[in-house]
Write a protein that binds this ligand. Structure first.
Ligand code: SAH
Length: 419
């Protein structure tokens, strides 16, 4: 979501005659796009603003956008007096207002819903992967999560607007479409004729666009996986065989306290439906360790479910108490050192599963999408249908290539282009 917001902000400023620079001291306008899901990201914002303040040209304007802006509001101006703007994740389209009068302070942290999508100028070029938000906000109240506060209640974008944006992205270069939402499979939009559209309808229409070759979506809520969506994995080859479906914990007692309305049997039933529809599917998850009240035994159950499902490409986090959330007020918080120990243990299990999965790919051939050159500038990186990075030596990288995997380790694959 933040990648998408960042790209739209850059396109908007380009529309106003700006160009991007890597160098803070060259910039006339500087903004930090911020995340507040965990405290660590939030904590970094003010030290980063301090660094920007010291490095920037004296008359350059600067500020924050995104979820930390929404959370801090006017407080941000009290903390850093010469900050010029503080704009929430649904108000960043108002940024150009500050260009007319750089001496004002621009503050807008309202939850304006979908207004920004109508105000932003269209992008003029797209990377191979286009992220397209189809809904914003979330109505689930997971007790750890700040998102309903920062991004507001769930709201689905009009179907035709989404299709138009995807069509445009495809015209300007997108090959893969990643449909985005805080609760992406909860997408539901009823048009003026009373017709209701779901995520499966979007996927079916996107698949009809010739130049789009790969489709995926994130992030899914387990209990909103409907049969029409699961069935598409059987019939729609452009849908990648890879799905992120956060379980968060393997302990039913902790899931209840998180206000996640499924048990392990229910979660496994959904996975099995996906596996029946698409036998080569792989599942990724998000995990939180050290949630209030988590005992050793609860944590062991998380390790067990990770091993049983064999999740790949997963994300694991130490529980981070957030303002405006119920879990932050729970009395039985877990000490930091125990959270750290558990995270190390879980990561070592997830890494080993990932390594084994990567090794199982050797000698297989996948159609992969070109991403760019690696940090050293000498190798080309592709993404497999499972989102593994695959390193290839070639003079002329093709956008989509069939790549035979020749070797693998925990973090990446190596391969050669066969056509
Ligand atoms: N609905 C989005 C939420 C984004 S947060 C989604 O499902 O992706 C992404 C992940 O961050 C969540 O799945 C959860 O595992 C983790 N997370 C959210 N709040 C957290 C908190 N307070 N502490 C630690 N991890 C958290």
């Amino acid at each position: 979501m933040n990648v998408y917001d960042g790209m739209r902000i850059a396109a908007m400023l380009e529309h106003h005659g700006f160009e991007q620079t890597e160098n803070v001291s060259d910039a006339d306008i500087i903004l930090l796009n911020t995340c507040s899901v965990r405290a660590k990201a939030t904590d970094k914002v003010y030290s980063a603003l301090g660094r920007i303040r010291r490095a920037k040209k004296p008359n350059a304007i600067y500020g924050i956008v995104g979820c930390v802006a929404r959370e801090s509001g006017a407080d941000a101006f009290r903390k850093i007096r010469d900050l010029n703007f503080v704009l929430g994740p649904q108000s960043y389209h108002k940024l150009p207002e500050i260009l007319n009068d750089p001496n004002t302070k621009l503050l807008d942290i309202n939850l304006g819903g979908l207004e920004k999508f109508d105000e932003l100028p269209p992008i003029t070029k797209s990377p191979h992967v286009a992220y397209i938000p189809i809904q914003e906000g979330c109505n689930h109240c997971c007790t750890y999560c700040i998102v309903p506060y920062t991004r507001g209640p769930e709201i689905s974008r009009p179907y035709n607007d989404i299709l138009a944006e995807i069509m445009h992205s495809a015209t300007v270069g997108a090959i893969e479409i990643c449909l985005l939402g805080q609760n992406v499979n909860g997408y539901k939009y009823t048009d003026e004729h009373g017709k209701t559209y779901r995520l499966s309808d979007i996927i079916r229409d996107v698949a009809k666009i010739d130049s789009v070759k790969r489709i995926r979506f994130t992030s899914s809520y387990p209990t909103e996986m409907t049969d029409d969506l699961i069935d598409l994995f059987r019939t729609e080859p452009k849908l990648l065989p890879f799905l992120n479906m956060p379980i968060q914990s393997g302990s039913e007692h902790i899931l209840q306290r998180m206000n996640r309305p499924y048990d392990l049997t229910g979660y496994m039933d959904i996975i099995n439906k996906f596996r029946t529809a698409r036998p080569d599917i792989q599942i990724s998850s998000d995990f939180i360790v050290g949630f209030p009240g988590e005992q050793d035994d609860d944590f062991e159950q998380t390790i067990n479910i990770a091993k049983n499902v064999r999740f790949i490409n997963s994300y694991s986090f130490k529980y981070s108490p957030r303002p405006h959330t119920a879990a932050a007020l729970m009395p039985d918080q877990i000490p930091e050192n125990i959270k750290s120990e558990r995270l190390i243990k879980l990561d070592s299990v997830l890494n080993e599963i990932q390594r084994e999965f990567n090794l199982s790919c050797i000698d297989k051939t996948f159609q992969c999408l070109y991403e760019g050159v690696d940090k050293t500038g000498t190798h080309h990186i592709y993404r497999t249908p499972y989102m593994q990075p695959c390193i290839v030596s070639t003079e002329q990288p093709k956008t989509l290539a069939n790549i035979k995997i020749t070797s693998a380790n925990k973090s990446c694959l190596h391969g050669k282009i066969i056509d």
